[in-house]
Ligand binder design. Structure first.
Ligand code: GLU
Ligand code: ZN
Length: 299
């Protein structure tokens, strides 16, 4: 006996989430993200959470949140625990802001979107950080980012890197209209819900380095990220609620789910197509292979 304690392995089950913004009904691209995030944790007996990102009332559509939840249920995508609504958690975001303020990482910015464009900047280059802030009541709060490149491994897209200063610049954490920014809320919530993996649409890939920086600044553990390809329409445009993508039909959920599995690179047998949602998900859990999800291929 050496008296040494044997190493323990924390092989706990993963926790994943689906985090739609209630700006409209679920479209097919979001369904793919929901299915992939669901199967990637359920295949390992993990926990799947749903979080409604209702931070931006002007962009929201009345009834969209319950419509999205109803659609998920029609596809047999049942979540664990109560659905979390970001609109109920504003004090948590304020606490994170206070922490960052204490670390001297924040500053007020009086630039409008138009001001920034007029200066010919695609990415905000720290105008107000450099002493140009004009005190005004309605100002945004930005975080100072260093000139650093972050590298990480995306579970679907492979090795990634992003330069904080060039890709995102000093990004906004609280908008001039007083609303908390998506970056802040998503990072605070992923940490407080102990999310271990974030499987989501590739449109969010360019934002990931900013979120990882925020996690670092707040001393939070980053989840693993996997970005599934964005679904496009026949014209090659990304499906999005803002662009008016058609809501996913719940008329024949089993066939749609079967198609989703195929589009996610899985190979369900033909006979499963006429099966039930429950059987298709069971097959999906048993055979799920994230490494088969296409990376850059357009669906
Ligand atoms: N709420 C975001 C959206 O609907 C997704 C956030 C995330 O998955 O990190 O686009
Ligand atoms: Zn500014």
């Amino acid at each position: 006996m050496t008296g040494k304690t044997p190493p323990t392995f924390a092989l706990s089950a993963p926790t994943g989430r689906f985090a739609p913004s209630p700006t409209g009904p679920l479209h097919y691209g979001s369904l793919l993200a929901a299915v992939a995030s669901y199967l990637n944790v359920r295949a390992h007996s993990g926990t799947w959470l749903v979080r409604i990102e209702d931070l931006d009332p002007p962009r929201e559509m009345p009834g969209a949140a319950s419509d999205i939840l109803h659609t998920l249920e029609s596809f047999g995508l049942h979540w664990d625990q109560d659905v979390v609504y970001q609109s109920n958690r504003l004090s948590l975001y304020d606490e994170a802001l206070a922490e960052l303020q204490q670390k001297d990482l924040l500053y007020p910015c009086s630039c409008s979107r138009k001001d920034i464009l007029m200066r010919g900047e695609h990415i905000y280059t720290g105008h107000c950080r450099k002493g140009n802030y004009v005190g005004q009541k309605n100002h945004a709060i930005r975080i100072k980012v260093p000139e650093r490149t972050l590298s990480w491994q995306d579970l679907v897209q492979g090795p990634q890197s992003g330069n904080l200063f060039n890709d995102n610049g000093d990004f906004v954490l609280r908008r001039a209209d007083g609303l908390h920014a998506y970056h802040l809320a998503v990072v605070v919530d992923d940490a407080s819900q102990r999310i271990t993996e974030s499987i989501r649409g590739a449109d969010l890939l360019p934002l990931t380095s900013a979120q990882m920086y925020l996690q670092y600044a707040l001393g939070m553990q980053a989840p693993e990220y996997g970005h599934i390809p964005v679904a496009v329409n026949a014209e090659g445009e990304k499906l999005s609620k803002q662009a008016g993508a058609a809501p996913v039909s719940i008329g024949d959920p089993a066939r749609t789910l079967f198609k989703a599995l195929r589009d996610l690179g899985q190979s369900p047998p033909d006979e499963l197509e006429s099966s039930t949602v429950g059987d298709i998900l069971e097959w999906g859990k048993k055979h799920w292979a994230l490494n088969k999800v296409p990376g850059r291929r357009i669906l």
